[in-house]
Design a protein around this ligand. Structure first.
Ligand code: ADP
Ligand code: MG
Length: 442
């Protein structure tokens, strides 16, 4: 079997070792990575991804264990060998691009070659070639700050390759980019892996990027939870028979990326016990529903795709159920608009609520009452609208709302039972989640 290009052997990494504020950011990581693999280190913020990445890069020595690259224990290198290693073997891309602001794009890309004693003419040719390849050749004479974020990151991709390293490490390289620009930069990484045949370590906390890797290393709290081969990509190494088995848990993990293996197992079971949709269906449903929320498909199209069988690209939901889903979705989206309109109107009027705005609240109250089968007297109706206003105006919390609607009307409440109150709260929170997100996007 092939030898690993990187072998992380029981590595612990401790900050402020021996001091009062000592902190162990990696608690014993073992991992083998093979030449030309695309590896994603994935996990919530603070779990130790960057720490591990910079240790592989050669700038953060483990406090225990060994880090091998090409079979050599890199932290046993003499200082000059370490410099040589970092220059010849490793390329790096950062979230903040880290380009030098006072020199041109071309010089930024060519810079690493200076340390190799390569002459100016040759440097320029090699840098220009890479700039062409990443479509930044038109801006080579500009300063980095005059470029868009996406362009700057493509310049930094060019720079990372100029020394022709074996391994490219990238720390949240698209974390600061909008989704369209991010997709373009991610495509250059795919190319660097497939065409240039570089091994890639990418750090991210964005689950959307996971399908790009050969294997995903799930991390949490300084530990590797599991290493999962991506069934959608041809693997670089022949994994031992049986080790590539992909269970439903991986699918569930795509939907709930930060759950622990135990929580994922429980989700998978609950799903079975309640005879809900399969996780494949939920994944598809999520994508489809995003399209409706963004207004890219309309309700009839949504209904069609819900009902169409799975092998025809649909979700395979029986017609009666699909109908109910579309109805509910429509109602929620419409009333979320009311939340949005109300907030916009009151913000404009400096918190004053005019008659026109109470119409939005009327409709929301009406909707909640019908959906949750409430029968309210005149007095309760007035209090109900008042409590709704407070919540969608952002003056009270979800817990306050839940409590207030359970108060007797003599105390300014609506007098709901616990179960009704729970249902109403859950529904209004859906409206708010949808309504506020829309406001924030604009
Ligand atoms: P991630 O990249 O997964 O977000 P990091 O590797 O940056 O996480 O950090 C892991 C943990 O180590 C965090 O709790 C962080 O606060 C801590 N940490 C990172 N750098 C230092 C440092 N230089 N000194 C002390 N603690 C650090
Ligand atoms: Mg990080």
């Amino acid at each position: 079997m092939a030898k690993p290009i990187v072998y992380i052997d029981h590595v612990e990494i401790t900050y402020n070792l021996g001091q009062e504020n000592e902190f162990k950011a990696n608690k014993g990581t073992t991992l083998e990575v093979f030449d030309q693999e695309y590896i994603i280190l994935f996990g919530p913020s603070g779990c130790g991804k960057s720490t591990l990445l910079y240790s592989i890069f050669g700038v953060l020595p483990p406090s225990a264990g060994k880090m091998y690259v090409n079979g050599e224990s890199i932290y046993d290198y003499a200082p000059m060998d370490m410099v040589f290693f970092q220059r010849k073997t490793m390329g790096i891309m950062y979230q903040q691009f880290n380009l030098i602001p006072s020199i041109t794009v071309l010089d930024n890309v060519a810079l690493p070659l200076i340390f190799d004693g390569i002459g100016p003419r040759e440097r320029e040719i090699r840098a220009m070639e890479l700039c062409k390849r990443f479509s930044v050749d038109k801006v080579v004479q500009k300063l980095p700050t005059h470029l868009s974020g996406g362009q700057q990151q493509r310049v930094s991709a060019a720079r990372s390759l100029v020394n022709d390293p074996q391994i490219l490490i990238a720390d949240e390289p698209v974390g600061n980019l909008d989704s369209v620009t991010a997709a373009a930069v991610m495509a250059t990484l795919d190319e660097i892996n497939q065409r240039d045949k570089k091994t890639i370590f990418l750090v991210t906390h964005d689950a959307k990027l996971l399908p790009r890797a050969h294997r995903v290393v799930y991390m949490n709290d300084g530990r590797v939870l599991r290493v999962v081969p991506n069934p959608e990509k041809d693997q670089i190494i022949k994994l031992e028979a049986g080790s590539t088995i992909v269970t439903e848990i991986e699918q569930v993990a795509r939907i709930y990326p930060y759950d622990s293996p135990k929580e994922l197992q429980a989700k998978s079971l609950i799903n079975f016990l309640t005879e809900e949709l399969s996780f494949d269906q939920i994944s598809k449903l999520q994508k489809l529903t995003e399209q409706v929320i963004e207004g890219r498909i309309d309700y009839p199209q949504y209904m069609q795709i819900l009902m169409r069988s799975e092998h025809e690209g649909g979700i395979g939901i029986p017609v009666a159920r699909a109908g109910i889903m579309v109805d509910r979705l429509k109602l929620i989206i419409e009333h979320a608009h009311d939340v949005e309109r109300y907030r916009r109107a009151t913000a404009k009027e400096g918190g004053e609520t005019y008659i026109r705005n109470t119409e939005y609240v009327n409709r929301i109250a009406e909707f909640l009452s019908t959906q949750c089968a409430l029968t309210l007297g005149e007095k309760e109706k007035i209090f109900f609208e008042d409590i709704i206003k407070q919540r969608i105006g952002g003056f009270t919390r979800k817990e306050d709302f839940l409590e207030q609607i359970q108060l007797k009307s003599d105390d300014g409440g609506v007098g709901l039972h616990a179960k009704q109150a729970f249902d109403v709260t859950r529904l209004i929170e859906k409206l708010i989640a949808l309504g506020i997100q829309r406001t924030a996007n604009h």
